[in-house]
Design a protein around this ligand. Structure first.
Ligand SMILES: Nc1nc2c(c(=O)[nH]1)N[C@H]1C(S)=C(S)[C@@H](COP(=O)(O)OP(=O)(O)OC[C@H]3O[C@@H](n4cnc5c(=O)[nH]c(N)nc54)[C@H](O)[C@@H]3O)O[C@H]1N2
Ligand SMILES: Nc1nc2c(c(=O)[nH]1)N[C@H]1C(S)=C(S)[C@@H](COP(=O)(O)OP(=O)(O)OC[C@H]3O[C@@H](n4cnc5c(=O)[nH]c(N)nc54)[C@H](O)[C@@H]3O)O[C@H]1N2
Ligand code: SF4
Ligand SMILES: [Mo]
Length: 658
């Protein structure tokens, strides 16, 4: 028996990017555990991380390429699969041009080489792509507007904060390795404030939970801004020297009434005053999550929180900052130097609008779609329409490991390799600055191929001769050689279990040189603020606001594959007693949630986690578990960044069997 230990990083679309030690017995991975040496992972990984082994060896993995024949999938060889795809591509391109080909992907797996997929389509010509975002788009656009870029403080800087404000983020479920940092800071005396409409698991280690109405955060922030300005409590030096647009905001908030703002956000003015006291006790750090920007005014909301950071003098100081995301490595790689292709003028459609707008595209219509690293039939908003849209596209190729709700809609499904079966660089944390060399650890019987191999073969088959044909390690070496800011080479990465990208260890904006056009922190304009306030009326047709948030036990839909729940749970507030009594609803009762987009069945759970008028459930459920929660979510986009507005969802409860 041979036992070996090798290191790798978790590829899931998670903040943490854990470093894992694989125990390999006789050429098979036996288990994965958290790397004890790694400063973020600190020796533990979550259930999802541990499940990688079972998922890689799962009998449910797609073993060979599959083709749909008369509505049934049959296994075919790779040659046949790629020949079929190549001939379809040629046919549609000849008939309708390259714009009739669409490419859809998401963050299903991190990895530098996963991006070769995008490159393939650049080489193919101008195709139809999706811009905007299901994930963090509004917040990214917001921070780019305010600061000029999106940068977070390095994780250990949290220990310098007197107060940690967790705003619309749920680290206890989505960012597990931030939790020990928060707890240590708290043990050292920092106060933790949570701002979330739901009493999440994060509330358990917070000193103060401010439970706002969903979507009310900008009103709360504006009340704090108004109070700070009216009481002359802001950082004059920072505002005078380093910001643009303060006077306009100042004039606008003067005319706002506290009672109107409190009505929108559901807080008390005393909460605002106490909050102002706390944030002025510099340094206070804010960790914004992505829940607050899944709204029509998601961008403006993040901009309003940024304003608080600026007014309170928490920007550019240790222990301060408005941390939204940390784009670590990918942006700094010069792909052009490695794969010199002139970027074609692709046609773009905002991702959240795919369900309703893809079929509206004309001249040419979309005839072919490639879907990879994603499960849009479950994860897109308005999945009822999205599934119909996918069905009407003539030729669909899905790349995945499992027969997901999206894969079943495909004409050809290509099985991809699991991360332990391929070599890549992992860099995609949304929070910390570590990068990893993931070496191929094992060979398996599954006839799977990596995206790199699939697209390299396809390029050959359709005669795109300029597409660079290189091995994985050649690609990695070249890409590392051409990364502008960081001095990394493949051998150095290989010889370490992890590498810290050094110059990420900084306090963003310490020099107050912002990357905005003015070089200053730029306040959101009065017009945008006004639009937000005016849009906050509660005259919607459906009584409940439904929040569908991320679950600890699953990375979106991926691990709910294993769930044998017949129907998901939906939490309703006990404060909705009137309605509960009127409808004679019972704890545990199966009900229908319904709105203009669709309906799903769910089991009611009476709870004190939610507030009156709000329903709360986890997202990611498969159709076998009662239906995607996105059968109910709107396909609209946010004010900036084309972000999906999942949390704008309204619905009613319908009793079954009456
Ligand atoms: N276990 C697990 N971890 C994950 C993921 C997963 O699916 N499972 N997904 C990963 C990905 S892709 C992402 S984008 C991140 C997301 O990570 P988070 O940002 O932590 O997660 P969300 O579930 O989007 O929302 C966070 C919180 O926002 C709250 N919220 C909703 N509306 C509002 C509002 O109006 N105001 C305020 N203040 N709060 C509001 C929700 O109640 C929720 O508790 O997590 C990553 N980590
Ligand atoms: N209602 C509601 N919906 C949401 C959200 C919400 O908060 N509420 N959050 C949104 C957010 S933040 C996000 S990021 C999206 C996520 O949306 P998706 O990325 O579509 O979600 P996943 O379920 O993670 O699907 C990833 C798929 O990629 C596959 N996969 C994994 N590794 C690989 C690989 O190496 N190659 C290939 N080709 N496939 C691979 C997995 O098996 C899985 O089927 O969902 C969004 N949807
Ligand atoms: S899913 Fe996140 S927390 Fe879990 S092992 Fe992977 S990176 Fe770590
Ligand atoms: Mo996300």
């Amino acid at each position: 028996m041979s036992i070996e230990y090798k290191y790798c990083a978790c590829p899931l679309d998670c903040f943490d990017l854990c470093s894992m030690r694989a125990e390999i017995i006789d050429g098979k991975v036996n288990k994965l555990e958290g790397n004890k040496e790694h400063p973020i992972t600190q020796g533990f990984i979550c259930e999802k991380g541990r499940k990688h082994v079972a998922r890689m060896y799962s009998p449910l993995r797609i073993q060979k390429p599959m083709k749909k024949v008369n509505g049934e999938f049959v296994e075919i060889s790779w040659n046949e699969a790629l020949d079929t795809i190549a001939s379809k591509l040629k046919h549609y391109i000849n008939q309708y041009g390259t714009l009739s080909i669409a490419q859809y992907n998401d963050g299903g797996a991190g990895g530098l080489l996963k991006n070769v997929e995008n490159l393939f389509f650049d080489y193919l010509g101008n195709v139809t792509l999706f811009n905007g975002n299901l994930c963090w788009g509004a917040g990214i656009a917001a921070q780019k507007s305010d600061f000029g870029d999106v940068k977070g403080h390095y994780p250990e800087d949290i220990y310098h904060a007197k107060t940690i404000i967790i705003w619309g983020r749920n680290p206890a479920e989505t960012n597990l390795h931030l939790v020990p940092f928060i707890k240590k800071a708290r043990n050292q005396g920092a106060k933790v404030i949570l701002i979330d409409p739901i009493k999440t698991a994060t509330a358990a280690f917070s000193d103060w939970h401010i439970q706002l109405r969903p979507g009310g955060d900008a009103a709360f922030a504006l009340a704090a801004v108004k109070y700070m300005i009216e009481h002359n409590l802001y950082d004059h030096a920072f505002i005078n020297n380093n910001t643009k647009g303060f006077d306009e905001v100042s004039a606008y908030v003067k005319d706002l009434r506290y009672e109107d703002l409190m009505q929108i956000c559901g807080a008390d003015l005393n909460d605002v005053k106490s909050f102002v006291d706390v944030i002025l006790n510099v340094p206070a750090t804010i960790y914004i999550g992505y829940g607050i920007q899944r709204y029509n005014y998601g961008g403006l909301t993040v901009r309003a929180v940024d304003m608080l950071g600026a007014l309170s003098g928490n920007i550019g100081v240790a222990g301060g900052g408005v941390n939204y995301a940390n784009k670590v490595y990918g942006d700094h790689v010069n792909w052009e130097a490695v794969a010199p292709v002139k970027k074609p003028e692709h046609r773009y459609l905002p991702k959240p609008k795919l369900a309703t707008d893809l079929l509206q595209l004309k001249n040419p219509e979309v005839k072919v779609i490639f879907i990879s690293r994603s499960n849009p039939a479950v994860q897109l908003p308005n999945t009822v329409a999205a599934v119909e849209t996918f069905k009407s596209i003539e030729f669909k190729v899905v790349l995945d490991y499992f027969m997901t709700d999206t894969a079943v809609l495909a004409d050809i499904v290509l099985p991809v390799t699991y991360f332990m079966e391929e070599t890549d660089i992992m860099y995609s944390s949304m929070w910390n600055g570590y990068i990893f060399y993931n070496e191929k650890l094992v060979n398996n019987d599954v006839e799977a191929k990596s995206e790199l191999e699939i697209y390299s073969l396809l390029a050959e088959k359709i005669g795109v001769s300029s597409f660079p044909q290189m091995s994985d390690t050649q690609w990695i070496s070249k890409l590392l050689e051409n990364s502008s800011e960081f001095d990394l080479d493949i051998n150095a990465l290989k010889s370490n279990t992890y590498t810290y990208v050094n110059n990420i260890r900084s306090i963003p904006w310490e020099d107050f040189k912002f990357k905005t056009p003015s070089g200053k922190f730029e306040f959101a304009g009065a017009e945008a603020l006004k639009q937000y306030i005016e849009a906050q009326n509660d005259s919607e047709a459906y009584y409940f606001k439904l929040l569908t948030v991320h679950a600890r036990e699953s990375l979106h839909s991926q691990h709910l594959m294993d769930s044998d729940r017949k129907y998901p749970e939906v939490y309703i507030s006990k404060e909705d007693a009137d309605l509960i009594e009127f409808m004679k609803l019972k704890d545990g009762e199966l009900v229908k949630l319904e709105n203009q987009y669709g309906s799903i069945k769910a089991e009611l759970s009476f709870s004190d986690k939610v507030q009156k008028g709000v329903l709360y459930m986890k997202e990611g459920w498969w159709y076998k578990n009662g239906g995607s929660v996105n059968d109910l979510t709107p396909h609209e986009v946010s004010d900036i960044g084309n972000q999906a507005t999942y949390n704008e969802c309204r619905c009613k409860i319908v009793k079954l069997g009456v």
